[in-house]
Design a protein around this ligand. Structure first.
Ligand code: SF4
Length: 739
């Protein structure tokens, strides 16, 4: 079958008669979602199954209770799992809201033309998989395997990575690099020769002073970090919160510095100035482990607190006082590296400044700083042939190199899908678990790319907007219905955790490993899938060390022996930089023609009448994928626009008033209510990410709140690693109703 030439968006609810739209089906009656009060049916399961969560990327251990009718009634934290320690964040406990979401994709769908209109038609798995294999094969024959790209997010994505490697493309990407944490990873690798990983190796539990630069822990729910944060505060740890917004964490802080957005590097350089001038750094540690102290001293000599005041708006004396305070906790003084650090395009330099501040505290490898992780040594899977050779990735524009890009850039592959942008064009996409219309900046460009593709397929659980643009939609089983590979991250104590089905897949959904293997079979790539099932895959790994799946039967987790993870335990830190030392001055950056010590670049100023748009997380929401969850929606089903109360008054706006946002390029949001508050600076506004979904198939969340992503039409590229700074967008506020 030939590809459909001009792909259009198929909005759920608008398909022609006889065709099926995404996620349709009779309304399901299920506990907690009916409008009537439901008597507590009891939530203790007759069966309790350990697994791990996928409502975000943290992968906490869960215990899922299943009642006698095979229904999951409750999800709790697994006490045996080091990341959950018996507790979950609100999203994790709401996992049944995803499992029983009545809007779920239920069967494979294929785009067809009926009476001149494009619609999705439900087809058998056989037909859908054949269509995918046919599309991929066609692209390979016409343009080479490299012309096909995989965008992925979530743990199950690795099955498709295997498929793509076997198929022969290097164009495998995840937006969580360039659009999220890539710059801080690069900055720490340049400085310490080690990234901070995921989960981060931050020893919040033992910190005496914890400094948060825009990290809103407690709203941004990384379960283990938040538990450690709470315990640290209970123990008397002190918090310094640097944030234009009085975050929940700022409410617990000794100091809240309401910094002008985009000026954090100026503050960090001034802190270094004070700490170096007053000799408050860990001289013995730096003497032993670091290079470039003299150059750093010279670099920050003129970065005085008075200079920083003019940029940051933080009073000079406060900068001096907080520099001394931060240093007073060393070595247990931790400046948090952050998570989504794609802010201004100068993010590697800000990340370097944070890394250098930590180095001055002498905290890498020390209690209350960054611990040195241990991993459980589970043997790798082997048995597949060597993967084919291929050209390099197409993720950078012609003639451009981002020298420290540690991963393929998602926006780069998107741009390469618009003919002529890159060295060669991308012609086909596989999109796993990521709504690229929200994950990438500049939605119009993403749409342009989608329209230029010869073939595309999405594998997902819910009918997110991206599924309306592809040629084939494959419904995946949720994390509660499938096996995935073992999770063996670096942590204080090494461990391996098992994801296993709690209940069988609902509807016609299938686990990702099966989908990838079946596509592989159709492409003649069976040899790269030498396992019968994910269970068999895991079993083959475990068997090499004399272990078996049965070892997970009791708790779902295998713990390695306790191992030291601090210098205080007698461990020597290993720095993976070229010099083997902490590189305060980065020769690598200098060699690449970039500033070897962090420079401060002032951010763009908002045009008159505009505010800088900031966005973040709420405890019940992570991404677009959580906003359709009816359970989580009970707590927060829409976002609001934080605006300084004085500014709101000046604009004639009242608390609760409906407005819409128009950005500097004329892009508009749907309605959003004003939250007039003193908890934010007057020059910016703030909203929680993920709302404003346009896909009608997401029936619960459609029409609720406004999309921050729609406002991110502009991004500034980080010259070191190619990340997209997205906090450079400005909005004006238009009234929708009088109050
Ligand atoms: Fe799940 Fe919350 Fe843990 Fe993320 S932090 S894995 S959502 S419980």
């Amino acid at each position: 079958m030939m590809a459909i030439s001009r792909r259009t968006f198929i909005q759920a609810g608008s398909a022609a008669a006889g065709a099926t739209v995404l996620g349709v089906g009779p309304a399901t009656q299920w506990f907690g979602l009916t409008p009537d009060v439901v008597h507590n049916p009891g939530t203790e399961g007759v069966k309790v199954v350990p697994s791990f969560c996928e409502l975000c990327f943290w992968k906490c251990g869960i215990l899922a209770h299943v009642n006698g009718e095979g229904r999951v009634t409750k999800i709790e934290g697994n006490p045996a799992h080091p990341l959950s320690q018996g507790k979950l964040c609100p999203r994790g406990t709401g996992g049944t809201g995803l499992l029983y979401d009545p809007d779920r994709l239920r069967q494979p769908l294929v785009r067809v033309e009926r009476k001149g209109q494009q619609v999705f038609e439900p087809v058998s798995w056989e037909a859908a998989l054949d269509k995918v294999a046919e599309g991929m094969q066609r692209i390979k024959q016409r343009h080479g395997a490299e012309a096909f790209a995989l965008f992925k997010h979530g743990y199950g994505g690795d099955w498709f990575k295997r498929l793509m490697k076997a198929y022969g493309t290097p164009n495998i990407t995840h937006p969580s690099y360039a659009q999220c944490r890539g710059s801080r990873q690069t900055a720490f690798e340049l400085t310490f020769g080690n990234g901070v990983g995921s989960p981060e190796v931050t020893d919040i539990e033992n910190a005496r002073v914890l400094t948060l630069i825009g990290s809103h822990l407690g709203e941004n729910m990384h379960n283990t970090q938040v538990q450690e944060f709470a315990r640290a505060i209970e123990r008397g740890a002190q918090i310094v919160a640097v944030d234009p917004r009085f975050s929940t964490a700022a409410g617990k802080a000794r100091y809240w510095l309401p910094i002008k957005p985009g000026t954090d590097t100026a503050l960090l350089l001034a802190w270094m100035h004070v700490i170096l001038e007053e000799g408050l750094y860990d001289a013995a540690y730096l003497e032993q482990h670091a290079l470039g102290l003299d150059k750093l001293k010279a670099h920050v000599a003129d970065k005085t607190p008075g200079w920083a005041y003019t940029h940051t708006g933080i009073p000079t004396q406060t900068i001096v006082e907080t520099a001394r305070f931060v240093a007073s906790g060393r070595p247990a003084s931790l400046i948090h590296p952050g998570r989504r650090t794609a802010w201004y395009g100068t993010d590697t330099q800000r990340g370097r400044a944070i890394a250098i501040m930590n180095a001055l505290m002498g905290n890498w490898g020390r209690k209350g700083g960054f611990f040195m992780p241990n991993s459980m040594g589970v043997a790798k899977f082997t048995g597949e042939p060597a993967y084919p050779e291929h050209k390099h990735a197409a993720d950078m524009p012609k003639g451009v190199v981002y020298p420290f890009a540690g991963s393929v850039l998602s926006h780069g592959l998107r741009d390469a899908s618009i003919p002529g942008h890159a060295e060669y064009d991308i012609k086909g996409w596989m999109v796993y678990g990521t709504n690229l219309l929200q994950a990438l900046p500049d939605q119009n460009k993403t749409l342009e790319a989608l329209k230029n593709l010869e073939f595309s397929v999405a594998i997902d659980v819910l009918p997110a907007e991206i599924t309306g643009w592809v040629d084939v939609v494959l419904p995946e089983a949720t994390y509660l219905e499938r096996y995935d590979d073992l999770h063996t991250p670096g942590w204080r104590q090494g461990f391996a955790a098992l994801r296993q089905p709690v209940v069988p897949p609902m509807y016609e959904s299938k686990p990702g490993w099966w989908i990838a293997k079946e596509i592989g079979k159709r492409l003649g790539l069976d040899a790269y899938f030498p396992f019968d099932s994910a269970e068999d895959y895991i079993q083959q790994r475990l068997a090499k060390d004399g272990r078996s799946l049965a070892d997970f039967a009791e708790t779902g987790v295998l713990l390695d022996k306790a191992s030291p993870c601090y210098i205080e335990d007698g461990l020597a830190p290993v720095f993976g930089t070229p010099s083997g030392k902490i590189e305060l001055y980065s020769q690598q950056m200098a060699d690449a023609g970039l500033a070897p010590l962090p420079d401060y670049e002032p951010p763009d100023e908002p045009p008159a009448g505009h505010f800088r748009l900031l966005f973040g997380r709420a405890p019940t929401q992570t991404f677009g994928r959580t906003v359709n969850n009816r359970f989580l929606g009970e707590v927060m089903d829409t976002n609001v626009l934080w605006m300084n109360v004085r500014t709101a008054k000046e604009q004639g706006l009242k608390h609760g008033q409906q407005v819409m946002l128009v950005n500097q390029d004329g892009a508009k949001t749907g309605p959003i209510a004003i939250k007039a508050t003193q908890r934010i600076r007057p020059d910016c506004v703030y909203m929680v990410h993920g709302y404003g979904q346009r896909a009608k198939g997401l029936k619960f969340t459609h029409g609720k709140g406004a999309s921050d992503s729609a406002m991110v039409t502009r991004s500034s590229i980080d010259p070191a690693m190619g990340g997209t700074g997205m906090n450079n967008n400005f909005v004006r506020v238009e009234r929708l109703e009088a109050v």
